[in-house]
Design a protein around this ligand. Structure first.
Ligand code: DOR
Ligand code: ZN
Length: 427
């Protein structure tokens, strides 16, 4: 048995302890007050915070089709650097992940590379065209756990009803990108004062909220595991609260950028800030924060969306929507919740690891830091100032909205089943 000791570490930011990992089996072997100095590899963690490996329900790794902007390999590097041990990569690739063999290829590439478990998301409609449902059952049988047309909304209510029914029959998660496209044609920014001042076409809140309301009612009547991608408005929060109060089983995510940034950013017309759904107003960000704190919104998901400079360093209206997220999300969540005293590291573990693993029913992720549990772990130094720089990211793209921003929490190491996937090798 090969062993690794993580000495002087603080699980969930609580009391310092020592952890011994059986690297061969990839599980936590022992936890105790005495340092494990005889392990094959011994790391003194200097009292840093240990969390279960993070799980991201929503990324875009662009393979197949746009390997010039990200690949499963570079995306896995970015994920490991951000503290993630599992990610779900969306189906809006080229070709679209709408058949079992395509989904299997994504999973296998991720496993071969070995830095992060990359779960494929299957599309709800063939080619994301919003017309014909995919073979949800066939893909589900081959292990696809979540289906989404993300990037596009399943607008047609009859089609959505069928999708909900099929997803229920196959017991998979259906994730909706809520945007009534009939209200957002040509829109590039949140519809409000800021867009009006800047002369940008607006994307009103109601385009999201009307779909959320409809889908909540459909979920009430037709069942299934409905998940809302990137909730972005105060009204969406109210609707989710209403749905949950009625006992409707919906889950929802919020992105780090919708928690920290607002449409104030748009004043420079920098395409880096174009994203879908758009950055909204302070009151939306505030409502989303409260919703995550009280469980109305379940998880943080990055919507990591790499784009090349040819698609970002252009006029705002021509910039493609999307922002990098994997390498900055933990730092942003730390800034918004931990630094401010709104929440602790237990909360971070819950919304970035435990809840997403639970929603996707991953047996080996988001587990407690305890003996016998899988050694999917991330070590975080809460006080190690660093500055976000797109050029320095492991991601192939560099479209971070946090360029030049200083953060204090830094991921120092990540382990997937006991194998280090990120961080300086120590002896
Ligand atoms: O900003 C976004 N970018 N939102 C989406 O829904 C899709 C994504 C992408 O694929 O670039
Ligand atoms: Zn989306």
């Amino acid at each position: 048995m090969t062993t690794l000791a993580l000495n002087n570490v603080r699980p969930y930011g609580e009391d310092a302890t020592n952890i011994l990992i059986d690297v061969t089996r990839g599980v936590i072997e022992a936890i105790g007050d005495k340092r494990f100095d005889d392990a094959d590899e011994v790391i003194d963690c200097g009292g840093n915070v240990l969390l279960p490996g993070l799980v991201d329900m929503h990324v875009h790794l662009r393979e197949p089709g746009r390997e010039d902007t990200e690949t499963i390999a570079t995306g896995s590097d970015a994920a490991a650097k951000g503290g993630f041990t599992a990610v779900f990569t969306m189906a809006n690739t080229n070709p679209v992940i709408d058949q079992p063999f395509l989904a299997e290829a994504v999973w296998e590439k991720g496993q071969t590379y070995g830095k992060c478990d990359v779960y494929p998301v299957g599309s709800i409609t063939q080619g994301l065209e919003g017309e014909q449902l995919t073979e949800i059952g066939l893909m589900a049988r081959r292990g696809v756990r979540m289906f989404s047309d993300d990037g596009k909304c399943v607008n047609d209510p009859q089609l959505m009803r069928r999708a909900i029914e099929y997803a229920k029959a196959h017991d998979v998660v259906l994730a909706q990108h809520a945007e009534d496209h009939r209200m957002t044609s040509g829109a590039v920014a949140h519809e409000g004062e800021q867009a009006a001042r800047l002369g940008l076409r607006g994307w009103p809140r109601v385009a999201e909220e009307s779909i959320v309301a409809r889908d909540a009612i459909m979920t009430r009547d037709y069942g299934g595991r409905y998940h809302l991608c990137h909730a972005s408005t105060e009204g969406t929060v109210q609707l989710l609260r209403f749905a949950k109060d009625q006992g409707i089983e919906v889950t929802a995510e919020v992105t780090p950028h919708h928690l920290l940034l607002t449409d104030e950013q748009l004043k420079t017309y920098d395409g880096l800030y174009r994203v879908n759904p758009p950055l909204r107003e302070a009151r939306d960000a505030e409502a989303l924060k409260q919703a995550l704190l009280d469980g109305t919104v379940d998880v943080v998901a990055t919507d990591h969306a790499p784009h090349g400079s040819e698609d970002k360093c252009v006029e705002f209206e021509h910039a493609k929507p999307g922002m990098l997220g994997l390498e900055t999300s933990l730092a942003v969540v730390h800034r918004v919740f931990v630094e401010t005293g709104l929440a602790d590291w237990r909360f971070v573990a819950k919304v970035m690891s435990e809840r997403p693993a639970e929603i996707l029913r991953l047996q080996d992720q988001g587990r407690p830091i305890a003996v016998g549990e899988p050694a999917n772990l991330v070590l975080v130094d809460p006080q190690s100032p660093w500055t976000a720089r797109g050029e320095e990211m492991a991601s192939k793209a560099s479209n971070t909205p946090y360029e030049g921003i200083e953060f204090s929490a830094r991921v120092t190491a990540t382990w997937l089943r006991g194998t280090q996937t990120y961080g300086a090798q120590q002896d």
